[in-house]
Write a protein of this length. Structure first.
Length: 204
């Protein structure tokens, strides 16, 4: 743990503040177990989705994927039009920590790998983000974690040195990248452990 005082807390969104699983949508619309396995394992994968996080528009991605998997056109279109259904709800306990930090006067920011089009359809419904001063969205910037460039961008946007910010993410690669860029970090696994860390740091 660094000796530098924390001047801001920076959250990831997916799997830190909100649950995210592609299966939450496709289990609703695909009855056949073998077909579901193929959808999640080959057709609409997290790896393919990451292209949208990194800035590729759906207008390119969806037709390309349908051309590659024409028998799965319905599922591919559902990914594009029903993405919010892949987000079942908040991660238990995390929003309460955001509220406590905010009420304690701690500046809050976020860096999220999130497609620009999907973010536009998700952000307005979620009031928790009203507590954040700024949010760097990978799809809008066309650079995604763990690329060091997104951390450099966030440092400029947030107006604070990396060493004075605590970055919270569930992905070990993102944590390693942030640490290498000079940030203080917390590898998120559950809200209870994050609460303990924040308390030990004197932030809540």
């Amino acid at each position: 743990m660094s000796d530098s005082p924390i001047e801001a807390v920076v959250f990831d969104v997916g799997r830190v503040l909100y649950q995210w699983q592609l299966s939450a949508l496709f289990e609703k619309i695909v009855d056949d177990p073998e077909r579901l396995e193929k959808v999640l394992g080959e057709v609409v994968t997290e790896e393919w989705h990451f292209l949208h996080d990194a800035g590729r528009p759906l207008a390119q991605m969806v037709p390309e994927r349908i051309a590659l998997y024409p028998d799965f056109a319905e599922e591919i279109r559902a990914y594009a039009t029903r993405f919010n259904e892949t987000i079942p709800g908040p991660v238990p306990g995390s929003h309460a920590l955001v509220e406590r930090l905010d009420e304690a006067g701690m500046p809050l920011f976020a860096i999220t790998n999130f497609g620009a089009e999907f973010w536009a359809g998700f952000r307005p419904q979620e009031r928790i983000f009203d507590r954040f001063r700024d949010i760097v969205v990978s799809g809008e910037e066309r650079v995604a974690k763990p690329d060091p460039a997104i951390f450099a961008l966030a440092e400029r946007r947030f107006g604070l040195p990396a060493a004075s910010m605590l970055f919270i993410d569930d992905n070990p690669a993102n944590i390693d990248a942030a640490r290498n860029c000079g940030w203080q970090v917390h590898h998120f696994t559950e809200a209870r452990l994050l609460e303990n860390d924040l308390s030990e740091r004197g932030l809540i």
